[in-house]
Ligand binder design. Sequence first.
Ligand SMILES: *[C@@H]1O[C@H](CO)[C@@H](O)[C@H](O)[C@H]1NC(C)=O
Ligand SMILES: *[C@@H]1O[C@H](CO)[C@@H](O)[C@H](O)[C@H]1NC(C)=O
Ligand SMILES: *[C@@H]1O[C@H](CO)[C@@H](O)[C@H](O)[C@H]1NC(C)=O
Length: 787
Amino acid sequence: MKTAAILTVGVHLLCFLSGNWTATLGGYGSDSRLGPLQYPNVSNISTFLMNPSSGILYLGARDAILAVDTSDLSAKHKQIVWDVPEDKRRSCVGKGKTEVDCHNYIRLLEFLDDGRIYACGTYAFDPQCSVINTESFSLETTEEGAVRMETGKGKCPFEPSQHYTAVMADGVLYTATTSNFLGTLFDISRATGSEGERIRTEQSINWLSDPEFVSSAFIQENKHNPAGDDDKIYFFFTEVAKEYDLYTKVKVPRVARVCKGDVGGMKTLQKRWTTFLKAQLVCEDRASGQRYNILTNVYTMEHQQGDPSSTHFYGIFTSQWEREELSAVCVYSLADISKVMAGPFKELKKTCENWMNPEPVPNPRPGQCITSALKAEGFESSLKLPDKVLTYVRDHPLMENSVAAAPLLVRRGITYTRIAVSLTAVSNSDRSAAVLLLGTDRGELHRVSVVGQNATLLQEIPLFTAQEPVNNILLHKDQALVGSPLSLARLPAEGCGLYPSCEVCALARGLGCVWRPKEGACSPALEGSPPGPEDSLKLCDSGEARCSPAVKELRVTEGLHVLLACEQVSPRPCFWEHPPHRHTRQHHSHLEVRVTQDSLGFYTCLCEEAGRDPTPCRRAAYELTLEGPVVGGAVGLGGGRHVLAVYVLFFLAGVVGGAFLLLCFQRRRPAASEPSEKGRDLLPSSDTPQSPSSASLLSEAVPLTEKRNGTLNGHGALYANASGLKLHESAVNLAEELDGRERERAGLGRGDEGRGLEEEIAAALEELPQTPLFKGAPLAQCEESSI
Ligand SMILES: *[C@@H]1O[C@H](CO)[C@@H](O)[C@H](O)[C@H]1NC(C)=O
Ligand SMILES: *[C@@H]1O[C@H](CO)[C@@H](O)[C@H](O)[C@H]1NC(C)=O
Ligand SMILES: *[C@@H]1O[C@H](CO)[C@@H](O)[C@H](O)[C@H]1NC(C)=O
C-alpha cells in the first residue's frame, strides 16, 4: 500500500514535469552554451590544464590525454593513448586490485617552463610520469620508441580515486599525495627539481593525520617586498584531529604552508620541511552553532588582479555530523591565514610540565621563510637554522588560532563538488560583486551572486546526467568550462544576458542587472542605481494584472501531495485561502496539499506588500480537480503527440524512480531518528578569536557600506514563473532559513493532521527533489517541515 501511494506520487510529479520541461530547456538554451560533448572511448576525465594563450584545454582521462580547442569545441580533438601493457595489468589484478582500477588514470597535467607538459598517471598502481611534446602532441619516447617514463611515486597517487593535489611553482612540482601502494603513507613534498631539494613532510601524525588532500596554490610575494619574503605554497586538506583526545575521529579542515626556498635542515629535519605550518579552518555559523568541518574543494582567486596579497580562498564544506546532504561556502583571505601563521603555536605534547609552562618559542621564529633580515643574521638558508629552532617547528606544526569565517551560503539537500568564482564589476558603481559557479554531484551547475554578505541563487542549470558529478570548473575568457568524468561543456561565466526571465533578472539586480520589458531581455543597468528588490520584481508584471493571475487548473488524484507555488516579492507574509479542510501545510509562502475528496477546489495565495494595504496582492490561484485513474497516459496536460510520448516515457521512469525512492527512504528512515548532533560541540570554538574573515570578503573591492543585518536578504525560498510550476529557490542563507522557520513557527502554516504514513510520505517527498528525475517538479524542497 505504501508502495502504491509513493508510486502514484512519482508518476504524477513526472507528468507535471513533462509539461514544463521544454520551456525550461528552451530558456537555458538561449545563452551561448556548448555541449555537453563526449569523446568516444574516453572515460574518467579527472584533470584539466588550460593553455590560456592558445585556448587549448588538455584533459587527463583513463589511459588517455586529450587536447580540445575551447574556441571551437566541436572541432576534432587530438588524443594521446597512454595505457598499461596487458601483462602489467594482469599482475596488478594479481595483487588484488580490480580490473577497472588497473589502468593508467592520468591525475596530473602541468606545464613545464619550456611549454611541454608533465603528465603523471596511476599506471596500474605503479605511478609513472612522462613528458608531452605539445607541438606534435605526443609522449616523448626513448630511442627504441617506448614511452620515456620516470617514477611517479610521491608525484601521483597509486589509486585512481585517492584524494590528491599538486601545483607547479616556477617549474618545480609540489604535491600532496599518498606515497605507497597500500595508501597508508601521506606526503606533502617538493616532488621534482634537483635531488637534494626534494623534501617532504615528517612521518608524524602531528604533521599529517589521515589527510584527504583537496587543493593547493602557489602564491608569490610581490616582487619588491621590502622584507625579502619568500614565495609560498599552500595546501588545503581535511584530516583527523589529533589535538583533541576523543573517541570519535573528529575531522578538521586545514590549511598548510611551506616556503619555496625551504631546503630542509642540516641535522634535524634533514630533507624535511623546516617551514611546514598548518592551521585549522573554521566554517561556522555562530548564531546556530552549526559547524561545517569537512573541506571538499577550494578555489583560489586574487580579488585585485596582479596583487597576490589580495588572494582569497573560497572553500566548499560539508559536515561530518549531518546525515543529510549539506553544503556550505566559506571564504578566507590570505591576510587572515598569514596572521594566524604568525601567531602562537599549539602545544601538542600535553605533559603536565608543558601545560604549566609552554616551551618558549626560540629565536629566530620557527617556521618562517628565509627573509632579508634572517639572511643578515647569517641564516642564508634553512640548512643554517639552529637545531632548537628546527626541533621546535618539528614538534609544533599546528598553530594555536584558527582561521574563522561565517558561511556565505548554506544549502541543504545539495552536495557541491566544485567551485569557481568570477568577480564582476557592477556597472555605474564602484562596487563589484562575485558570481559563484558551483558544480554538484548530480551534473548541475549553480550560479549564485554574492553582493556584500548577500548570496542569492540565480540559476540551477542541469548540464550532465545525474550520474556525472561535476569534477572540474575552469574559467577562461568569460567562459566557464565545466567537466564531468565523461563530458565537457562550455557556457558563459557571467553577464546579465544569461538570465532568461524577468524574475531571475530581478534576483541578479545586485550584479547590476535590470529587465527591459520592451526587449524582453536582462541587461546591465546603465544609469542611476538599480531598483530595489520589490521594484525589480514588480517590473516583471505590470499594474493590476500582476495581482489577478489566471487560475491554473491542476488535475490530481487522491493521495497525491502537491506543492502549490506562490511567489513572495516582499518580506511581508503570504497566506492562502482554500476549501476548509486540514490537509495542508505551508512551506514559506508555498502550500503543500494532500489531495482528498474534500481538498478539491480553489486555492488562492494572497501576499501583503508595502503600499497595497488593505488589499493584499493575489499572487497565485489554482483549481484542484480530480482526474481519472492513471492508465498509461493520455490525460491532462495539453494534447500533442510530443507530450504524450514524454508522458509515457515518464510513466516508466516514474515506476523506476518510485521504486528507487522507496528503497532510499526505507534505508534512510531508521537512521534519521538517531541523534545527529553528537559531537557538534566537540570542537571548542574558543580557539577562534579571529573575526569572521568572510566579513572581509570583497572588502577591497566592495566598500561594505551596508550594515550586516544577518537576517532576511531575499525572499522565501521558491517561486513559480509565468509558465507554470517550475520552481526556483532564491536566496539561500542560513540566517534566512532560520528566519523562515521562525515565521512558520509563528503560526503561518499549520494544520496538518496525524503522523504515521503521512509523515513517512512527506519524508519520502523531501527526498524527491534530490533524485535527478524529479528535478524541477512542483514538489520542490520542502526542506523544513513546519513541525
Ligand atoms: C573504441 O574502442 C573500440 C573497442 O576497443 C574500438 O573498436 C573503436 O574503434 C574505438 N573507437 C574509437 C573512435 O576510437
Ligand atoms: C571510472 O569510470 C567507471 C565507469 O564510468 C567507473 O565505474 C569508475 O568508478 C571510475 N573510476 C574512477 C577511479 O573514477
Ligand atoms: C542585502 O540584503 C538586504 C536585505 O534585502 C539589503 O537591505 C541590503 O542592501 C543588501 N546588501 C547588499 C550589499 O546588496
